[in-house]
Design a protein around this ligand. Sequence first.
Ligand code: C2E
Ligand code: MG
Ligand code: MG
Ligand code: MG
Length: 294
Amino acid sequence: RVKDQGKNHYQFYDSNMSALAEYRIHLETSLYRALHEHQLLLHYQPQVDVQTGDIIGLEALIRWQHPQEGIIGPNTFIPLLEETGLIMPVGEWALYSACAQRQQWYQQRNLPPYTSISVNLSVRQLLSGNIVHTVKKVLSVTGLAPQLLDLEITESMLMEDIKFAIQELGHLKKLGVSISMDDFGTGYSSLSYLKKLPIDTVKIDRSFIEDLPNDVDAASIVRAIIGLAHSLGLNVIAEGVENERALAFLKSLGCDYCQGYLFSPPLVADELLIKFNKLKHQAFIESSLSTFHH
Ligand code: C2E
Ligand code: MG
Ligand code: MG
Ligand code: MG
């Protein structure tokens, strides 16, 4: 049938396909170059203790400093990296850079010694059969204490091969690193899986947090997740905390940690330190003032 429509149709179809394929190849090539020409960088977002306001950890989030387009966020290029397999070298680079940066801060005593660094893993990395070796290697090359490294995985990743995923997570835990379940509540896995997984922390997805406390359904879900996680001995981080009311509500539910624009957006390393010192300074002033008033 298609043939009947003549040569023009073919050409139209072909040129369409090749435009798309060309674009993908173009993007793939520029991402490959991005890695080699150091256009990829990490931003760091603080994770804050709900009770004390202390920064307890940092999440490393990848960015692409494109020579023409400026800073590009990961949602636009992580899927392509995953499809092409480029996520393997890029993911290893991110893991290495985050650990090296954290270790540098450790040596320069710029951050409290126990501040952890969280790195996102993609499904390909977790199921590659190589992840335990890679993490071991990065820890040994950077000298970072395994207790300071946290690896973030998502529910949907596990479902591809749950048995193997649990096995690899178990090996990672034996290295001394901790594991967080990212975007919790958005996947389809049952809550009972939480008990089977060797994880330490549950990160409640920001879609449940953004309308707190007004959204009563979200509020019940968040309450249930916190209760369940705590009963299993897991820590809870709320993602996407943007305002004081959400924070107050989370505090009343006994949520352990928060992350979001209310405290800080993800920042480049130098800005992060400046922000951290400001927060520390402020906390110091507040605590001296409260002693003064007593
Ligand atoms: P994620 O791990 O769930 O990271 C949290 C995302 O929420 C980040 O988006 C962060 O900038 C954003 N965010 C933080 N606080 C707020 C807030 O208060 N309000 C709102 N609206 N958003 C907030 P980002 O940096 O664009 O990253 C998107 C996703 O890309 C990440 O989601 C993660 O899944 C992925 N990703 C980032 N870096 C890496 C990496 O190195 N490797 C892999 N495999 N994935 C990564
Ligand atoms: Mg994450
Ligand atoms: Mg998340
Ligand atoms: Mg996400």
